[in-house]
Ligand binder design. Structure first.
Ligand SMILES: [Zn+2]
Length: 181
């Protein structure tokens, strides 16, 4: 590339980026914040925080923040023969349960991130590979991936593109899903 082309390219890039920056400064497209409370799952608080951080890195239209009062998303823990599950409307509200037995068998950050994915509007896809977060327990206990793949992140980005009110996930659907069938 000649120097002249380089300069022209830089000018074009600046022109393309500047309006976006200006737009963000005046009317920032702020992320919707989903507040969660993990105090009901004291054993798994760090796993829950790690799972939330994974989502926060992967998407920008919705962000998870820990808060002890006024949270719409709650995590609990205990023993349940069904294993871990989410009861959520897919719009950031509901309850996530982490099962002790399953947490010993499977990667617990993956469990937390997976169930959180339901609260963000994603369904299960047990037949998917380990690289998919929403395949849950499908790939088996050796799967330690706790990050959504690009397709899953893009889907959440679309669902939350215009804020909570415009979230196109079917709000009348209550996901009651288990981590592993
Ligand atoms: Zn699930």
């Amino acid at each position: 590339m000649s120097r002249r082309n380089f300069v022209m390219g830089a000018v074009a890039l600046a022109a393309a980026v500047l309006p976006l920056t200006a737009g963000m400064a005046s009317a920032a497209p702020t992320a919707t914040v989903v507040y969660y409370n993990a105090s009901g799952a004291p054993t798994f608080q760090s796993a829950i925080a790690s799972g939330a951080a994974n989502w926060n890195r992967a998407v920008s239209n919705v962000q998870l923040r820990s808060r002890t009062s006024g949270a719409t998303l709650r995590y609990t823990e205990g023993n349940d023969p069904r294993g871990s599950y989410a009861q959520t409307n897919g719009h950031g509200s509901g309850t996530i349960f982490i099962d002790y037995t399953q947490a010993r068998q499977y990667d617990v950050v993956r469990i937390a991130a997976h169930e959180t994915g339901h609260a963000l509007g994603l369904p299960d896809h047990y037949s998917g590979p380990c690289s998919e977060l929403m395949s849950g327990g499908g790939p088996g206990t050796s799967c330690h991936n706790a990050n959504p793949n690009a397709t899953e992140a893009a889907r959440v980005q679309r669902l939350w593109a215009n804020g909570l009110a415009a979230n196109s996930a079917p709000s009348n659907t209550i996901y009651e899903t288990v981590y592993a069938k």
